[in-house]
Design a binder for this molecule. Structure first.
Ligand SMILES: Nc1ncnc2c1ncn2[C@@H]1O[C@H](COP(=O)(O)OP(=O)(O)O)[C@@H](O)[C@H]1O
Ligand SMILES: [Mg+2]
Length: 246
């Protein structure tokens, strides 16, 4: 699909407006001839700089919602708007460029390239955005220092601890200063103490860079540190009070 022109002049608000809005989202999957309705009528607005936790039982649709917000999947109906722009109208190439520029992703498993160094992994989004190698390298170095990996720049991913690997994944996610960071159980694979540090880092970076942050987590103590917490129940979003459980 050709979407020439839609991104011309587009910018993401720095004010207090919404970064992303989900309107009336429905999403189902068909498997083995059976259709499962995962999300039913989801409405959500996330503002500039806001931090939001999404909790809920396994299989309720947390990752699905994150993928829809992150434009990795399309809803059956409803729309995802970024500063008013309906991303379903973008063609594949523009959508990839949009994601690269405005959205950062961190997953439970880091998805880094194991044979490459920390700095090479973090340079990739900048190279995709057609930055020169020298400036991409400088940018990657700055961000790796920011996540506390000043002394690990030239280490290959396999030579790093789990916590350090997640820090590299975080650096890669924010290297182009996205307006929205989406993290799907980013600490799920780490011990409690390391997980807490990575989570604190995510929150701190969100605040410092005025970046909206949505984190899916099973850790209610971590969810409590976020500005707002929602849970998915029977395909719908509800307010959640993680303090109730601790
Ligand atoms: N690509 C897919 N094809 C078929 N079913 C899927 C697909 N992705 C997710 N599902 C189903 O949708 C439901 C929600 O999945 P998911 O969003 O991964 O849950 P959560 O992240 O909350 O554990 C599950 O029942 C899962 O099996
Ligand atoms: Mg999930």
């Amino acid at each position: 699909m050709n979407s020439k022109g839609l991104l011309t002049g587009f910018s993401m608000g720095q004010g207090s407006g919404p970064v992303v809005e989900a309107r009336n989202i429905h999403k189902s999957f068909a498997t083995d001839g059976q259709r499962i309705e995962v999300l039913k009528d989801i409405d959500l607005t996330v503002k500039v700089g806001e931090s939001l936790a999404i909790v809920g039982a396994s299989g309720v649709g947390k990752s699905t919602l994150l993928h829809l917000l992150g434009t990795l999947e399309l809803p059956d109906s409803g729309s995802i708007l970024y500063n008013g722009l309906d991303v379903s109208k973008l063609g594949d190439e523009d959508l990839a460029a949009f994601r690269n520029r405005y959205i950062g992703f961190v997953f439970q498993f880091h998805h880094l390239l194991p044979e490459f160094t920390a700095i090479e992994n973090v340079m990739i989004p900048a190279l995709i955005a057609r930055q020169e190698k020298k400036s991409a390298c400088a940018l990657a170095k700055d961000v790796l220092c920011e996540v506390g990996l000043k002394d690990r720049l030239r280490h290959r991913i396999g030579e790093l601890s789990g916590g350090e690997q997640q820090r590299v994944a975080l650096a890669r996610a924010i290297v182009l200063s996205p307006r929205l960071l989406l993290a799907d159980e980013p600490t799920g694979n780490l011990d409690t103490k390391t997980g807490q540090k990575v989570h604190d880092l995510i929150l701190g970076l969100g605040e410092k860079n005025n970046m909206a942050t949505i984190v899916v987590t099973h850790n209610l103590r971590l969810a409590q540190c976020m500005g707002r917490c929602l849970t998915i129940v029977d395909g719908r979003l509800e307010q959640s009070d993680p303090g109730r459980f601790s």
